[in-house]
Design a protein around this ligand. Sequence first.
Ligand code: MG
Length: 413
Amino acid sequence: MKITDVKIFVVNPTAAEKFDGIGHLYRSGGVNYVVVKVLTDEGVYGVGEGTLYASELAVVSVLKNFRELLIGKDPNDIEDTWHFLHRSTYWRGGPIFKTAIAAIDIALWDIKGKLANMPVYQLLGGSCRKGVLVYRHADGRDLKEVTDNIRKWLEQGYKVIRAQMGGYGGSGNLKFEPAQREGLPDITYFEPSRYLIEVPKLFEHLRNELGMEVDLLHDVHEQLSPIEAAQLAKRLEPYRLFFLEDPVSPEQKDVLAFIRSQTTTPIAIGEIFCDREQILPLFVNRLIDYIRIAPLHVGGITEARKIMAIAEPFGVKSAFHGAADLGPISQAAAVHLQMSIHNFGVQEWTDFRSIQVFCDLFPTPCEVSGGYAYPNEKPGLGIDFNEELAERFPYSPVYMPQIRRIDGTVHGY
Ligand code: MG
């Protein structure tokens, strides 16, 4: 059996229409989803995804290079293909190469499932649970609006909710400046002091309104310094967070040992990590409780499965990245993998199935009900890609939000 072609697509359905649940990604130009179709000489094909928000065309360039290397190779040899592509770059690793490898890897698992006539999670060892627990995002301009939005998710059966007030940085966002040119991002000016005061007040309010039982989490999005992060994690401890996400930037990950010495608030980090060498110290030094990788950004199902196996003896669970900047094929890969691993925690969720254009472009996104997601029982990943329809939603440039401190110093998003 041989690979005969790798077709590469970029599709941006979110730029053309407005959707609930896509949030700021719609306002900033949408998401360019990178999709591959790996074709074979036996007619079976696999779909994969290589989306890397705001750097999509860099991944496309690598995929064009991979295409030439892959034609003629046996699609059955997933492990060999992973190492072959990884070594073929010479530079080995980083988000662009790992995302491109993931696109191919996910497609090859889809092919293998179709050949075996089994859903991918069965090939990975079968089911460890009845479904994949997911969490949704709730935001709002004030305490009441955040509380009301959490209640809406709870009424729909969701059990874990991320609570923000005023987006990332929240009340620390003191000023907004419109972009200099159409299409570029606005500038937000952030200072931590008010944010550090207001976030504990938010969770105090939420616990008073909702009780202690509902599982709530919060994403700092790397906005704080090490000592500020420790202060916040400690102040939030009485409100029993499911986890505090990205309290510091990945560059400051060693300081998590200090933060953990100050508080038992669970810590999740890792959504921009792509190499196992970055992640391993988090496990062996026992710095985190949840690892936020996505299979899409670490090299696919093959590598994410190994990373979670390494995490298992250290008691670290998965909390895979799954905002709308990752598409439905990536989501399906994550769901199949997390059905089959013992140390699953929670999956960040975008309900693509509730948006018609995603159902038409990607028949059929994973189903969610009662707060749990379920893999499709069809052979492979159970999802397809409508390449004819994709022509209606071409690439359009998107940029990351820009953040500065009030004195004009560049700050991280
Ligand atoms: Mg995050």
